[in-house]
Write a protein that binds this ligand. Structure first.
Ligand code: UD1
Length: 421
């Protein structure tokens, strides 16, 4: 297992290019299952989660060819509607294959993903929605067994704006008979990007990015290649991570190639804390500022504060003046970074879903262990700030969702060494 040796403190300087969003790439690649022709992309990030979804899609018969960040995905001939436990258990987003398989073939057998480190994460909302579209669903031997003659458009009201359920149902609705309306849909920019991809293939979708998404079902033969390579949006979570890294280091960092509007709430919070940010159309320039002051945040579905930036924000709050409070409302177990950050001198007291963070003058290096993707990012941020050399173990969590993070940070002047193991 690889580990990272990070020597701090360091001041970051320069420009960093943000990769395409992991959380948009995954559903969009899954959506190619609906397309009976090759689809071309020019910005697929090299991430473990992307490799995992490609493996799952290939197990269904998808043919791919890759050249750097370019990818061609061809679902002309699929021969398997089964997503095996061995593959699904490594990544929950695999459950997204349910919708397109069911819509195209009338049958799908997809392993239940099970829990994960940050929470139980059931898929009941996905299944309720599929049933509304006319699917019959049984849970058998750990698998979701779904079948239908033909999905039929319906009005589906989600009890919670689940990102994954919205995506799964949007994809299922593309080949359903008639119109589907998803009420209380998730509004994350990644949903909008999935809709843009589907629209580029001829699908009629309205309202993506709002709480009501309308999908007009169509026949598979009416889907058409756009003739252009599709480019997935920039990763707002990676961008937020680098912006926070720049602020914590007291450096001068330009974070480019993403849409700052996707981070409005985060940028407003950082500015309120005292960060000096120049916000452009496709970049945020972090400039030197006075020491930031503590604040309160509560995670919420988009456009609220993203749960995927909570851990990184807590790393920042550990080093600012005064106290901060973080309340996590999306996942029940998303404070696993706290005991590891405490090993570096961060002062956090947990009480239920909230954390009180007392800002300290400086952090100190320590050996720490990654527990999940965003927790790992928070540990790197602390290590960059801490005095001495920190050893960050289990960085495979980080490699799931941050493309070349050690290389990007090194280019900004960080002292990071990857030890292969
Ligand atoms: C997606 C993101 C993840 C992000 C999360 C919330 C991807 C690949 N992952 O995950 O990075 O942290 O959105 O912004 O895009 N829930 C149910 N039943 C369901 C579905 C969800 O109870 O059927 C609950 C979950 O347990 C969780 C909450 O709803 O507590 C949010 O989940 P959801 O929005 O579905 O997140 P994901 O799509 O899994």
């Amino acid at each position: 297992m690889d580990k990272l040796l990070v020597t701090g403190p360091c001041r970051l300087n320069g420009t960093v290019h943000i990769s395409s969003a992991k959380n948009a790439t995954l559903p969009i690649l899954v959506a190619t299952l609906l397309c009976p022709y090759p689809v071309k992309f020019d910005s697929i990030p090299e991430l473990m989660d992307v490799a995992t979804i490609i493996k799952i899609l290939e197990s269904m018969g998808l043919k791919t060819s890759k050249n750097g960040n370019e990818l061609v995905a061809d679902a002309s001939h699929l021969d398997n509607q089964h997503a095996d436990y061995s593959l699904v258990k490594t990544m929950r987003a695999s459950v997204l294959v349910l919708g397109p398989l069911l819509a195209r073939y009338g049958v799908a057998s997809v392993s239940l993903p099970g829990g994960c480190a940050i929470g139980a994460r059931p898929v009941d909302i996905h299944l309720m929605g599929m049933e509304k579209l006319g699917a019959e669903i049984e849970i058998e031997n750990g698998y979701i067994k779904a079948k239908c003659t033909k999905l039929k458009g319906a009005v589906i009201t989600l009890p919670f704006p689940s990102v994954g359920a919205t995506e799964n149902l949007m994809m299922a609705a593309v080949l359903a008979e008639g119109t589907t309306v998803i009420e209380n849909a998730a509004m994350e920019p990644e949903i909008d990007d999935l809709a843009d991809f589907l629209i580029s293939q001829g699908v009629k979708i309205e309202g993506a990015g709002t709480s009501r998404v309308i999908i007009h079902g169509m026949d598979i033969k009416d889907l058409k290649p756009s003739g252009k390579n599709y480019r997935v949006i920039g990763d707002r979570i990676e961008a937020a991570t680098f912006i926070i890294a720049g602020i914590m280091s007291g450096g001068d960092v330009k974070v480019t190639d993403f849409n700052p509007k996707h981070l409005t709430y985060v940028l407003e919070t950082l500015t309120k804390m005292g960060a000096n940010l120049e916000i452009g159309d496709n970049y945020v320039h972090v400039k030197k500022s006075e020491r930031l002051k503590g604040t309160m945040i509560e995670t919420a579905p988009y456009p609220g504060f993203p749960t995927d930036v909570q851990a990184q924000m807590m790393a920042l709050m550990s080093t600012v003046e005064g106290n901060s409070i973080v309340t996590e409302t999306i996942f029940e177990n998303r404070f696993m970074h706290v005991p590891e950050m405490a090993r570096m001198g961060s002062k956090v007291t947990l009480k239920g879903h909230s954390a009180l963070i007392e800002g300290v003058d400086s952090l100190s290096a320590a050996p720490v262990m990654c527990t999940d993707l965003r927790a790992s990012a928070a540990l790197i941020l602390c290590a960059l700030n801490a005095h001495g050399q920190s050893e960050i173990q289990r960085v495979y969590h980080l490699d799931r969702g941050y493309e070349k993070i050690d290389e990007k940070l090194t280019n900004l002047g960080a002292k990071i060494e990857r030890v292969k193991g």
